[in-house]
Every structure is written in structure tokens, then in C-alpha cells.
Design a protein around this ligand. Structure first.
Ligand SMILES: Cc1ncc(COP(=O)(O)O)c(C=O)c1O
Length: 413
């Protein structure tokens, strides 16, 4: 747990600073940001301590944690120094670019606690790169990949007691990039803020791991050609709320959007990508600026292509269909009728089997029982068995607190 500086903590400061830049960063925080930081020296108490929370009852609501990270650019300068602050409200000019012209981007990623005490991220640098690409599209300044990764690590370590016990959920981490500079006319902001907060989460859909039911949306669109659907602009999300709200009020889990030009091809769900399985082929809509190229989507495609489905088969003893192809292509909505299985992918949902999709009043049901591809082939993703598949996708550098750094006799480290 992080605490205000005390003589004992200062001693531990020296102790921990030998263990990687993340720790030492706690103690070398720089000048205050205009977002009202709490100026205090933070030190790390490395005990394995859990926050007081019912870990068996985690949903997907915001549970405020202890610390957030803030880094900001000065006028037309690059990001340089950031620091941890106590979690709380931020102060912004009413003329800030984000409030007036939606100059904002976010990312979403998770930290998992393993039985051996490690805290793991999955392909964290991919999220960093997504933010960099999004910033380019939105004419914003962005933290570098290294700054992003370092800041996320600091935030997770600072909130370590909020990372759920193994198997109970994860710590959802939300990096946010906003145009915080004030101006009146439409233009890129002159100043940007990078903020990271975190919240422990369980499963995304109220169905838990049970199959979800989707409604194909005919009227509203999530993204348009030439728009910002391919990046995580904050402006992409409010427009889905109307369709999502209507679908939920009819008992559906979420909305599946079609392309805005022809209204004939699948795009994605409000906050996750979609895959369909027919025979031996898994397909997903090709990205072209209207679909978010999600990290989970990319990982499923990469795994399938690199290892072939036979590798999945070896991982599980159950009978699996023999699969041989993954395709990124245009998927006409009618193909849903033919599909054997459908599943959604995303950091929040991980891999969610789809039980049914309703299109123009007709409900099509899909295989979801044990032995299905979405249940079994994607199990390595859902169960966080990435390690055995691709160690380079796992990041735990500086996050593993060695056992010998446990609580000091005074109980203060
Ligand atoms: C619109 C949309 N599609 C897909 C995804 C899944 O992306 P990822 O796998 O990177 O979490 C997200 C995640 O936020 C999203 O907002």
C-alpha cells in the first residue's frame, strides 16, 4: 500500500528502489500537473494485502481504487514527467478540447494476479501502440510506448491490493488521453493529459460466462467510412447508447452493428469484436477504419495462424472440430444463418460465446455447449493460459515482488 512519507518508509524507499524503475519512479515524481495532483511522497509497502471487498461478487461497475496516474504536456511540448496521485476528481477548463470537441481516447487492459504472486499483463505494448495510432488520427499528442507501459505498471503496483485473488477477476486499467488545453475555435488542443485509473472487475456481461444474445441494429451505426471507428476515440461510444439501451430493454445482451454504407455486412458489437465459425473456418469482419482492430481479436487471429488449430487441440483433451483457416473478410449478415458458432472478443469480455442473434425479427441460435470452438479453442485465452502459448505476450517485468521483500518486522515495507 502507498503511504505518506515517514522515516521508516524513507528507509524502505532505498530498499525498493533497487528493484526496477517502476519502484524508483514512485519516489522521483516530478512537478505537479494542473489537474490538481496531491503532492506527497509515495512509498510502497510490499505486503500481500487485499482491499476489503467481496471478491466473489465482482461485477463490472467502477470500484474506486487508491491511486491514479497523471502526466501532462506543457504547452506544445511532449509528455515528459508523470506521477501517481490519490484517486479523485480532476479539474479542467470548461474550454478544454476534450469537453468541447471530443478530443479524447482511451484504452482498456487488465492485470491478473497469479497464484505465485506475479501480476501479469497481456500484450500491454499493443494497447500503448493503439493509443499512439489513435492519437495520430485525433491530432493529439501521445505518450510514448515506454511511457505508457511504465505508467500502467506504476498504477497497478500502487493499487496492488485491488487486484483480485487468482481466478476471481482482474484489475481493469483505463488509460485515458484527453485534450486538456483550453481554446475556443475548433483546433487541436495545445495541451494534453494522460490519466490512468483502475477498478477491480469480474465478468462483463450480466450473463457471466453464459452465452450472450445479440440484436442486429438496423437503424443506428457505430461508425462511418472515413470516421474514427478504427480507434478508441471517446466520441465513438455515446452514439451506441441509444441502440444498446433499446436492445437491453428488450432483454438482449448487446447490439451487433452493420456497416453504414450497405447495411449488409457485420461490423462489431458495441465494445467487442465478433467471430463466426462455419465448418472448418473462423471468420471475422476485416478492419478498414470502421472496426476496432482489438488486441484480443488480433491475438486470436495470430494464434490461429501461427500455431494452427491442431496446437489448440493438443492443449485440450476434449474432442475439437478440426479447423484449418481464419479469415478477415466481408461477412454478409445472412451468413449468420449458416454459422455453427459465434463468439465475441475483447479485453472486457475476453471470449464470450454468443447463444443467439436476432435480425429483422428472426432469431438464429448457435452451438455453445461444451466441445464448441468458442468454449474450448479459446479456452487458453479465457483462462489466461497465454504463458504456455506465447511468453512474449506476457509482461510482468518489475511487477513481481520477490518473496524475500515481504513485510519487514515493523510491518512497514
Ligand atoms: C468498439 C470496440 N471493439 C472491440 C473492442 C475489443 O478490443 P480489445 O480486444 O483491444 O479489448 C473494444 C474494446 O474496448 C471496443 O471498444
Amino acid at each position: 500500500m502507498l503511504q505518506r512519507s515517514s522515516p521508516t518508509n524513507l528507509r524502505n524507499l532505498f530498499f525498493f528502489s533497487r528493484y526496477g524503475s517502476s519502484f524508483s519512479k514512485f519516489f522521483t515524481s516530478q512537478a505537479a500537473s494542473s489537474l490538481r495532483p496531491v503532492s506527497e511522497t509515495l512509498t510502497y509497502r510490499g505486503e500481500e494485502e487485499y482491499a476489503d471487498l467481496n471478491w466473489d461478487d465482482l461485477g463490472y461497475g467502477l470500484v474506486p481504487t487508491d491511486y491514479m496516474y497523471i502526466m501532462k504536456t506543457s504547452e506544445n511540448e511532449k509528455f515528459s514527467f508523470g506521477e501517481l496521485n490519490r484517486f479523485g476528481n480532476i479539474e479542467l477548463s470548461p474550454a478544454a478540447g476534450v469537453l468541447n470537441y471530443s478530443q479524447g481516447l482511451f484504452e482498456g487492459l487488465k492485470a491478473y494476479r497469479k497464484e505465485d504472486g506475479r501480476l501479469l499483463f497481456f500484450r500491454l505494448e499493443q494497447n500503448a501502440m493503439c493509443m499512439t495510432m489513435g492519437a495520430e488520427r485525433m491530432c493529439m499528442m501521445s505518450p510514448s510506448v515506454e511511457q505508457f507501459v511504465d505508467a500502467v505498471k506504476q498504477t497497478v503496483l500502487a493499487n496492488k491490493r485491488w487486484v483480485p485473488p487468482p481466478g476471481k477477476g482482474s484489475l481493469y486499467v483505463r488509460p485515458l488521453l484527453i485534450g486538456s488545453g483550453a481554446m475556443l475555435g475548433l483546433a487541436p488542443a495545445s495541451e494534453y493529459s494522460f490519466i490512468i485509473y483502475a477498478s477491480p472487475v469480474g465478468t462483463y456481461f450480466k450473463e457471466g460466462l453464459a452465452p450472450i444474445n445479440l440484436l442486429v441494429e438496423n437503424v443506428f451505426h457505430r461508425a462511418t467510412y472515413g470516421g474514427t471507428g478504427g480507434v478508441k476515440s471517446i466520441s465513438n461510444y455515446a452514439p451506441v447508447l441509444k441502440a444498446q439501451g433499446q436492445a437491453k430493454s428488450k432483454g438482449f445482451s448487446d447490439v451487433l452493428f452493420l456497416d453504414s454504407k450497405t447495411k449488409k455486412h457485420l461490423e462489431e458489437v458495441a465494445s467487442c469484436n465478433i467471430f463466426i465459425l462455419k465448418g472448418k473456418t473462423i471468420s471475422t469482419p476485416a478492419t478498414g477504419g470502421t472496426i476496432l482492430p482489438g488486441v484480443t481479436r488480433k491475438s486470436i487471429i495470430d494464434l490461429a495462424r501461427d500455431f494452427g488449430y491442431q496446437r489448440y487441440k493438443k492443449l485440450k483433451t476434449e474432442q475439437l472440430p478440426e479447423l484449418d483457416q481464419v479469415e478477415e473478410c466481408l461477412i454478409p449478415v445472412e451468413e449468420l444463418i449458416e454459422a455453427d458458432e459465434v463468439f465475441c472478443t475483447g479485453t472486457a469480455v475476453v471470449v464470450a460465446p454468443v447463444g443467439s442473434i436476432t435480425y429483422q425479427g428472426k432469431r438464429v441460435e448457435f452451438r455453445t455447449e461444451d466441445g464448441s470452438v468458442s468454449q474450448n479453442c479459446t479456452q487458453p485465452l479465457r483462462e489466461f493460459r497465454w504463458v504456455s502459448l506465447r511468453t512474449k505476450w506476457i509482461l510482468n517485468a518489475n511487477l513481481y515482488i520477490p518473496q524475500n521483500l515481504k513485510r519487514s518486522p515493523e510491518g512497514t515495507n
